[in-house]
Write a protein that binds this ligand. Structure first.
Ligand SMILES: CC(C)(COP(=O)(O)OP(=O)(O)OC[C@H]1O[C@@H](n2cnc3c(N)ncnc32)[C@H](O)[C@@H]1OP(=O)(O)O)[C@@H](O)C(=O)NCCC(=O)NCCS
Length: 183
C-alpha cells in the first residue's frame, strides 16, 4: 500500500492547496487534464490521437499505484478541482524496484504558482521514508527549460542525454535524464 497523509498548503497567492494520494474518483478529471496537456503540444510523448486512457483505465492505474509499495500517485487539489498530478512508477524486477521514473503535469491555469515544486517535494519526502525507494529519475525534453530549472532547483542532477530521442513537428528533440537519490 502506497499512500501519504493529505498535506495542506497556502500558496503565494493565499489560495489553499491540498496534496493527497490519487483516488479512483479522480480518474475522469485526470484523463481530461492529460488530454488538455497533450493538446498543447510540446510536453508529452503522445499526440492527441495516440492517448487512449479512459476514466475506467485510469481508475485501474490509480489502484495499481496504491497497491504497489514502490509507486506513488499524488494529486494537487484546489477547491475540488485537480490542478495537477505527479506519478512515480518504479520498475518491476527485484534488481530495479528501488528506482523508476516520475511524470508531472499541471493544468495550464495552475502553472507558475509553486504547485509543481510542492508536488515534487511531497514525492521526494515519500521516497525518503519509503522502504523500497532509493532513487528517483525522470526524462525531460531538452526544450522544456522551465521544468529543467525546477528539477535542478530541487536537487536533481543530469545523468545523461538521449540525442534525437523524439521527432516533434518534424524536428529532432533530445531527452535529458536526471536523477536524485532519496537515501
Ligand atoms: C513543469 C511544471 C510541472 C512546473 O510546475 P509549476 O507549478 O508551474 O512550477 P512552480 O511554480 O512550482 O515553479 C518552480 C520553479 O520552476 C521554475 N519555473 C517555473 N515556471 C517558470 C517560468 N515560467 N520560467 C522560468 N522558470 C520557471 C522556477 O525555477 C521556479 O522556481 P521559483 O518558484 O523558485 O522561481 C508545470 O509548469 C507543468 O505542468 N508544465 C507543463 C507540463 C510539463 O512540462 N511537465 C513536465 C514534463 S517532464
Amino acid at each position: 500500500m502506497s499512500t501519504i497523509d493529505p498535506e495542506v498548503y497556502t500558496l503565494k497567492n493565499r489560495k489553499k492547496l491540498t496534496i493527497r494520494t490519487a483516488l479512483a474518483k479522480d480518474a475522469s478529471q485526470l484523463v481530461k487534464l492529460m488530454k488538455g496537456v497533450i493538446k498543447e503540444g510540446p510536453f508529452t510523448l503522445y499526440e492527441s490521437d495516440e492517448y487512449s486512457s479512459t476514466a475506467k483505465s485510469e481508475a485501474k492505474r490509480i489502484k495499481r499505484f496504491k497497491d504497489a509499495p514502490g509507486k506513488i500517485y499524488l494529486v494537487a487539489e484546489m477547491k475540488n478541482e485537480i490542478a495537477g498530478f505527479i506519478s512515480f512508477d518504479n520498475w518491476d524486477t527485484r534488481r530495479t524496484t528501488h528506482t523508476g521514473l516520475f511524470s508531472i503535469f499541471l493544468k495550464k491555469k495552475f502553472r507558475g504558482m509553486g504547485i509543481g515544486k510542492l508536488l515534487i517535494k511531497s514525492m521526494l519526502n515519500w521516497g525518503k521514508h519509503n522502504p523500497v525507494n532509493k532513487k528517483i529519475s525522470l526524462a525531460v525534453f531538452s526544450t522544456n527549460k522551465n521544468a529543467i530549472a525546477l528539477y535542478r532547483k530541487l536537487g536533481f542532477r543530469r545523468e545523461g542525454c538521449c540525442r534525437r530521442d523524439m521527432i516533434i513537428n518534424g524536428k529532432y528533440v533530445d531527452s535529458v535524464l536526471m536523477y536524485k537519490f532519496t537515501k
